[in-house]
Design a protein around this ligand. Structure first.
Ligand code: NAP
Length: 195
């Protein structure tokens, strides 16, 4: 019997408690066996933004998830050359696990899903779980992807924490302790990210 596998896609620059709560809630709500975090390699829709090196984002994700036996981290996108496409990742995961796939990510990313590579095949490969922040306008998601039964919403209060805010806090010299796991605080300081 194949497993019910959560695939948690994100840039994770840096990973924070909102992401960890999202993955744990998806495990519970969708009765998943495990969640594999997949940090993006080269996010193709962010060509004009500065994104931290994939290896740093991968290592922070490993540090943040290490204590949870049902979480793991995949290098599949970090090691793949060229732009990161979710369809390639889902094909690789399907081959490895053979089970049902649940792709978990932020609702803002899911809003653009029809601009991703091979959108119709995406829905054949996985069920999509769109995590929303407090105050998120779910109607916008439903309008953009009307009646799509391949997408579920999950409201996550802890997503009041955001990677953008964390990067800005580090740049301003403000603390990020308790927004990200302790090991991630140390890693950001040691490598000098976001200064
Ligand atoms: P993003 O634009 O950085 O994030 C969009 C929003 O979603 C942000 O508010 C972000 O908050 C939140 N978010 C991102 N990942 C999340 C997660 N796993 N759980 C909860 N919230 C999350 O999006 P992105 O990181 O570039 O892309 C998200 C995923 O979609 C990635 O796996 C990416 O590869 C995939 N994607 C694929 C294609 C394609 O195949 N062509 C195109 C675009 C995106 P934070 O900043 O706090 O994380």
């Amino acid at each position: 019997m194949g497993k019910r596998l959560g695939v948690m896609g994100g840039t994770f620059d840096p990973i924070h408690y909102g992401h960890l709560v999202t993955a744990e809630e998806a495990l519970h709500q969708f009765e998943l066996d495990e969640v594999v975090f997949v940090p993006t390699g080269q996010p193709w829709m962010k060509e004009h933004e500065v994104v931290s090196p994939p290896e740093d984002r991968y290592l922070m994700t490993v540090i943040a998830t290490a204590s949870n036996p049902r979480f793991s981290v995949s290098r599949v996108e970090v090691d793949r050359e060229g732009p990161t496409y979710t369809i390639d990742t889902l094909r690789a995961m399907k081959e490895l696990s053979g089970g049902d796939l649940f792709f978990i990510t932020g609702a803002d990313a899911v809003l653009e899903i029809f601009q991703w590579k091979d959108p119709s095949e995406l829905f054949e490969m996985a069920h999509f779980i769109a995590a929303t922040r407090p105050g998120y306008d779910i109607a916008a998601l439903e309008e953009q992807v009307p009646g799509h039964d391949g997408i579920s919403n999950m409201s996550i209060p802890a997503l009041a924490i955001s990677s953008t805010d964390i990067r800005a806090r580090v740049a301003r010299g403000q603390p990020i302790r308790y927004l990200v796991p302790e090991g991630v605080v140390s890693y950001v300081g040691k490598v000098g990210l976001y200064r």
